[in-house]
Design a protein around this ligand. Structure first.
Ligand SMILES: [Fe+2]
Length: 244
């Protein structure tokens, strides 16, 4: 059983298609939210996800579109994209976002959420202190998260209470150990922020108890031109080239 982990697509159809062309022999997809926002192809991306065997969580951008998250939490460019997206969405795609859940259970003690177990939509797990609090407060073996657009893994060693962080901005590999617990971010499909502009995704192999994170290139210039031609803020196009 292999699960494809995708997150933070952000209306980037070129990145999503490149990832889907690269993922092989997947039994199921899990989408960790932020299907829309920032990019120029919100309807296409939602319809692509609907066409997959995919369980999907809502992210803060998805829920801002539906009014479940206050738009004042977002910066100018993000707000502009949310307002633009809300005007573009077909009714059935708006309703799809409206009905997204906040958490998925993949198996015993393995969960997925957009931000963090404590605040599924808005909290970022960016450092060991935050990760340490989450490991101590919540009972889980693995939490898959998105939201930060940074591919990496916090691991907690139960033998010595030590927390490590592995940066997966160039891809990576986790072999799930009996004595460790994990918070894993497989990175962002459509707007990476870890310095690598290539789209990021993961594969969770339940048979071998491994997680692989991969990066794949996509036609960034086409995506950028669509964002600019849509009248979205220029910064949303430029940042794609730098992965920031
Ligand atoms: Fe996001």
């Amino acid at each position: 059983m292999k699960i494809g982990i995708i997150s933070d697509i952000h209306s980037n159809s070129e990145a999503l298609n490149s990832v889907l062309e690269n993922i092989k022999e997947i039994d199921e997809f899990i989408c960790l939210g932020d299907i829309v926002g920032y990019g120029a192809d919100p309807n296409y991306c939602i319809e692509k996800i609907k066409g997959l065997n995919c369980r999907c969580i809502g992210g803060n951008h998805d829920f801002a579109i539906t009014g479940k998250v206050n738009i004042n939490y977002f910066n100018y460019a993000a707000r502009a994209a949310i307002l633009w997206t809300s005007l573009q969405l077909k009714k059935e795609n708006f309703n799809f976002l409206l009905n997204l859940r906040k958490k998925i259970k993949l198996k015993d003690n393995v969960f997925a959420v957009h931000g963090s177990p404590q605040d599924p939509l808005l909290e970022y797990i960016l450092d060991k202190d935050t990760a340490s609090f989450i490991f101590s407060k919540y009972d889980f073996k693995i939490y898959f998260i998105g939201h930060s657009h940074l591919a990496g893994c916090f691991s907690f060693n139960e033998d010595n209470n030590k927390i490590d962080y592995n940066n997966f901005s160039n891809g990576g590999y986790v072999e799930i150990s009996k004595n460790k617990r994990y918070i894993i971010n497989c990175g962002s499909v459509g707007q990476p922020r870890d310095g690598n502009p290539r789209a990021s995704y993961g594969i969770y192999d339940l048979k071998y108890n491994t997680v692989n994170i991969y990066r794949v290139s996509y036609p960034i210039n086409l995506t950028k031109s669509k964002i600019i031609n849509a009248g979205l803020p220029r910064s949303l196009a430029d940042r794609l080239s730098y992965g920031r």
